[in-house]
Design a binder for this molecule. Structure first.
Ligand code: GLA
Length: 375
């Protein structure tokens, strides 16, 4: 009897570790998502214009590949005969496949949103009970990325719900990045690596540097609050399994310095870089922040290590991200609104990072320093 139980345990474990499509996100995924700026006000024209802008602004060349439609793309009801999801007929009069094909024709990849519950957060049909059917539909539409939310999920188990959808995608046979969005409520970093490529670690971002926006029953978080929320989960992130600090707010209302700090930290934290601004109306500064190849290279570094917080002193947080080729990215993030002078004696800050197994004694090492933003 015992032997049978042991055998069953082993089989279950093996299938859990082998579940997702492998190697779809060896570096943090980069792209654009509609939610932060447009909420449910999305349509075919916006998708096409955004795809055009991703190419002409240089974002595609900088690595932004996924164009993801968030909540609000569906009709309020499934097809009454087949039960299939259908696109909102007014927003997408030619259906989803038309926009997928357009996005693909630009050399980009396409993503959609749905939810593990009975309804999405904005009240559209959720996937609960339709996991395999929806996965087949996504494969038929040839999408490349699925963001999967956590509203209307009363009483269901997160680990099981996300494992089911991941399996449904696998069975549908089209490699699709699976982006978990349960806001870090169930510690996805502890169990989601076998089922998805990225998982949100917090509630929704808000386009301010350090405020909290109170909506009554829930709150959204300014940039520093998201950074501060999860300092101790960096060991769970790495190639093909990333902590997701949420879609970015660069170019969506903060000052240029705040945008630069926000972007730098998302790069340091090895977060997916999903822009959330209106790409059709970007300032020169916004484009230059979002497409800075040297800062993006820190984010996309093959080692895939999330930065650690070395020191908090006065208003300045010092973050260190070990990189490949014997390099380190060091970020001095000034949380105040005033310029500060920083004195940092490297010899007093040796690196001894157990996560990436990086050891550097600056007293015994020759090194050179490059200011990445100022070149
Ligand atoms: C949740 C998610 C957001 C967005 C909205 C859509 O709040 O966390 O990122 O997808 O739902 O309704």
């Amino acid at each position: 009897m015992k032997k049978i139980a042991l055998l069953l345990t082993i089989i279950v474990t093996l299938s859990a570790t082998a579940q997702k499509f492998q190697n779809l996100a060896l570096s943090p995924p980069m792209g654009w998502n509609s939610w932060n700026t447009f909420a449910t006000n999305i349509n075919e024209k916006l998708v096409m214009e955004t795809a055009d802008m991703m190419v002409s602004s240089g974002m595609k060349d900088a690595g932004y590949i996924y164009l993801v439609l968030d909540d609000g793309w569906m009709a309020m009801e499934r097809d009454s005969v087949t039960g299939n999801l259908i696109a909102d007929p007014v927003k997408f009069p030619n259906g989803i496949k038309k926009v997928v094909d357009y996005v693909h024709s630009k050399g980009l990849k396409f993503g959609l949103y749905n939810c593990a519950g009975t309804k999405t957060c904005a009240g559209y049909p959720g996937t609960r009970g339709y996991e395999y059917q929806d996965a087949r539909q996504y494969a038929a539409w040839e999408i490349d990325y699925l963001k999967y939310d956590w509203c209307s999920t009363d009483g269901i188990n997160a680990k099981e719900a996300y494992a089911t959808m991941s399996k449904a995608l696998k069975v549908a046979k089209r490699p699709i990045i699976f982006s978990l969005c349960e806001w870090g409520n169930n510690n996805p970093w502890e169990w989601a690596a076998p089922v998805g490529q990225l998982w949100r670690i917090s509630g929704d971002i808000y386009n301010c540097f350090d405020c909290i926006k109170d909506w009554g029953t829930w709150k959204s978080l300014g940039v520093t609050h998201i950074i501060d929320a999860r300092k101790n989960i960096r060991q769970y992130a790495g190639p093909d399994h990333w902590n997701d600090f949420d879609m970015m707010e660069v170019g969506h209302g903060m000052s240029v310095n705040e945008d630069r700090a926000h972007f730098t930290m998302w790069c340091m934290l090895a977060s997916p870089l999903i822009a959330g601004n209106d790409l059709r109306h970007m300032t020169k500064e916004t484009i230059s922040i979002l497409t800075d190849k040297d800062v993006i290279a820190i984010n996309q570094d093959k080692k895939g290590v999330q930065a650690y917080l070395e020191q908090q002193l006065d208003s300045v947080d010092t973050w260190i991200k070990p990189l490949e080729n014997n390099e380190l990215a060091i970020c001095f993030m000034n949380r105040s609104q005033k310029p500060v002078t920083i004195n940092y004696n490297f010899q007093q800050h040796p690196v001894n990072d157990t996560v990436s197994k990086t050891v550097v004694d600056f007293a015994k090492t020759n090194f050179s320093i490059t200011d990445v933003w100022k070149k």
